[in-house]
Design a protein around this ligand. Sequence first.
Ligand code: UTP
Length: 294
Amino acid sequence: GLNMKKVTKAVIPAAGFGTRFLPFTKAMPKEMLPIVDTPTIEYIVREAMESGITEFLIIINEGKECIKTHFGRNEVLEKFLKSKNKDNELKIIEELPNKIKVSFTYQHEQLGLGHAVLCAKEFVNNEPFVLLLGDDVYVGNNKPATLQLLEAFDKTNSSILGTLEVPLDDVSKYGICEPAIKTNDRLVKLKSVIEKPKKENAPSNLAIGGRYILTPQIFKYLETQTKGAGGEIQLTDSILRLMAEEDVYSLTIDGTRYDIGSKKGFLKATIDFALNREDLCEDMKNILASYKNK
Ligand code: UTP
């Protein structure tokens, strides 16, 4: 259609306090937790970059300036690596600043995810955009999670929530989707969404897993959004209101999700990513084998 637009922008909220990962998060952002040797948020930026996104806005709070440092140039280090002929290391640190543009804004009060997304209004500038939460890492089967969503957006031209199926005992930790029809399709139109429902009130086990494509109409609702679950300004509540105006879909992501903001998710990611690395696979296997008889 006429209003079909290529999605080029991504927003990454990383302004939460990360209370599940204290004491680490007292002075360090959880988004900088390394999975093997790379900060969590770099995996997320690379997923979007490999899906064709070129412009990023990362929302931070005071004290998380090291995220800014990480995505900027380090000329002193570049010079040092050049002088030592460390070409591989040089490539690693120069790649992102050469390929993408990353800007930053502050969420000064931690009022909730909906409020954090509202801080991106100016950057988004009335275009559809990708939203990736700063502590959810995906390993897509065949395709990056963001590319799966973008391909679905090409078909629907509507907001799409990336989902995963969770055990019924876990629904109260997520935003949960109510599909409009019963279907086995991965892409489905939604009837409603609810943030952190009780198990007995959950309309399904389709949980929103930190990946979204949103139309800019969302900002109209975020601007007037009142507090919801947990006393926070919830994005899910604004998505529900958006549904009265336009279609919203969910797409079950084909891949594995790691919630790095939880200790268990972080530990599992460390092991899985090491096992998938040629340089570390044997070492990690030996480490794991050494626990077998303990
Ligand atoms: P989480 O609930 O996982 O993050 O929010 P949290 O509040 O930092 O961590 P816990 O639960 O206390 O351990 C999901 C995403 O939304 C961002 C977080 O940084 C995370 O990427 N967020 C949350 C904000 O940017 N601002 C907020 O006010 C709340």
